[in-house]
Design a binder for this molecule. Sequence first.
Ligand code: AMP
Ligand code: MG
Length: 419
Amino acid sequence: MIPVEDALERILNTVHVLEPESRPILSALGQVLAEDVVAQSDIPPHDNSAMDGFAVRARDTYGAGRQSPIFLKVIGEVAAGHTASVKVIDGTAVRIMTGAPLPAGADAVVQFENTDETARKEEKQTLDIIGILMPAEAGLNVRSRGEDIRAGEVVLTKGTLLLPADTGILASLGHENATVIRRPVVSVLSTGDELCPAGKTLAPGQIYDSNSYTIAANIARYGGIARIIGIGRDTLASLQEKIRQGLNSDMLITSGGVSKGDYDVVKDVLAQMGNVNFWTVRMKPGKPIAFGTLKADGDREVPHLGLPGNPVSSMITFEQFARPAILKMRGIFKYSRPVICAAIDQEIVNDDARRIFVRVHVTRTEDGWKASVNRAQGSGILTSMAGANGLAIVPEDCPLARPGDILKVQLLTDSEETL
Ligand code: AMP
Ligand code: MG
């Protein structure tokens, strides 16, 4: 038996970060930048007003107050998206809207509320003159050119996972496309004579194939593109044909056929088609796992991860091994889930020194995190996975965990906040 960490390390050493592609910025959301983004221009590109008001020369307003207005001649108006055709000189002002470029000569903006504009309108006085009711410092209500981003600056670094603010930054620089690591295409193959595809009527002895769907759903959840191949039967010919269909993807994930019963067929097929090892990993559920590479056209090799068939085992092994592999191919190197410490509410016996992943539902209480162990821990009981938001870990060297013991819990949600 090999430790969980060794299995993960061998898998991660075999999968590689995929190549870059150019994508429209909106579709690149959640992909990793493959190169630094250097600003070609200042943002904002010009000094502009942060308020609706009057652009003035600050020194003209010294001494202004509500009781002692200073009157300036209004020589024009400028709205966002336009430029003023006049220059602000001593004793003058330009009416300005938020986002409009500051006219030449002006160095401050006095907002409407600090002028007598409303009173003038009410009293039907001329608007060719404006009374300034407060002194302005140079720079007041002015957003200066380049205050957000300077031309030449690296604004987003290679390796950044693009989130909405980053999309906005790319857009503010005028980029239509981003160069990002492409998403992995992962083929999914379920194996077993007993499996029936969804939508068909079950024959005697058959069960519906659920693994194709849980695996494909998790591939999508972790940012890959799932391609469901379907069901391979437990025969050499069927498996060979189906596995071949997975060779034009970045990774093949199979489920089933790795435990003792049908071990040999799958082993023979994989041995013929590549270089695949069967491991027993020191974990529960999920002891038997296959991993290796399959030969595709030319020199290309496709990583293959063979998960156990039991629906819960396949999900838990997916979490531990397939998720990190997908993240690495996407250029993401933080694989670990958020981990919390929680008190469990039931006894768990660890009789063969494996790492047990216990399906739990964690809740935050006044006394800290509590993990209630799902009663049905059988590895075929998929509903227990649906109710779990964490996996409590009983370490290899812990033969017995008692109620109240504190265990580490891998959260199956993306953050504590969503619990
Ligand atoms: P195996 O690993 O092939 O021996 O399968 C272990 C158990 O998981 C058996 O009870 C299978 O019927 C079940 N199983 C295997 N593949 C699937 C699947 N795709 N969907 C649901 N159950 C499965
Ligand atoms: Mg089987």
